[in-house]
Design a protein around this ligand. Structure first.
Ligand SMILES: [Mg+2]
Length: 228
């Protein structure tokens, strides 16, 4: 992780996202070596993906991670434990982000009323597409919650839509829309020049679709289904 983080910084990244929570015993060590590798000028965020399980463990972990200046810790505890974010926030100075615990407007209302989180991770594929995601970003602002547009590792089309939502709302302070960088072939021409993405001012989502690629993909999908 430290080596990967160092490489990313050499490529020009200013923000590093770490995944934690698989083996909590090693998480503090992981953050320590990554912080040492990238120095203090790089922002580090951590996503626990519900991995710390109990409030007690999460509290302990947050306390131990305080010296490392994390921008935020994402989804430290189980998805269903929305009210437990309150208990965590009281005991820690590290900002908290909800991801798996946030899907609907009711979730946003709960977090807003409890004042229990600092950030929301909005994903178009999780939250119902462009319109609800845009609404959530603006409604979150009323509660003083800032937003990130994340992704479920989508290809060009949904990724372009995500960037449009992100840039349309002043309350979106971060994006994690990296899906297309993981595809060997993609249907559109959204251009990443890492660590940046180049967005067009063309109509619609601002991308062109290559229909031959689309046909190839649907043929391959058909073959896979026939094979099974
Ligand atoms: Mg997440």
């Amino acid at each position: 992780m430290a080596q990967l983080a160092k490489n990313a910084v050499l490529e020009g990244y200013k923000d590093i996202k770490m995944k934690l929570g698989i083996d909590p015993k090693k998480d503090v060590e992981r953050v320590t070596v990554v912080r040492e590798a990238v120095g203090n000028q790089i922002r580090i965020r951590a996503d626990v993906n519900q991995g710390w399980g109990t409030v007690q463990l999460a509290r302990e972990m947050l306390k131990q991670l305080e010296p490392y200046h994390l921008v935020w810790v994402e989804q430290p505890i189980a998805q269903s434990d929305r009210s437990m974010f309150c208990q965590l926030q009281n005991g820690s100075s590290i900002p908290l982000m909800a991801d798996e615990s946030f899907v609907t407007i009711q979730d946003l209302r709960t977090f807003g009323e409890q004042q229990s989180i600092d950030y929301l991770n909005i994903k178009l594929m999780k939250c119902g597409g462009i319109y609800p995601s845009y609404q959530f970003a603006n409604q979150a602002a009323l509660f003083g919650i800032q937003c990130q547009i994340g992704s479920m590792v989508e290809s060009n089309i949904a990724s372009a839509a995500g960037f449009h939502v992100a840039l349309a709302s002043e309350n979106v302070v971060s994006t994690e829309i990296s899906g297309p960088t993981k595809f060997s072939v993609d249907v559109g021409n959204l251009t990443y020049n890492l660590p940046f993405v180049h967005l067009e001012d063309k109509p619609g989502l601002g991308i062109d679709i290559d229909e031959t690629v689309l046909m190839d993909i649907s043929e391959k999908v058909e073959e896979i289904f026939e094979g099974n």
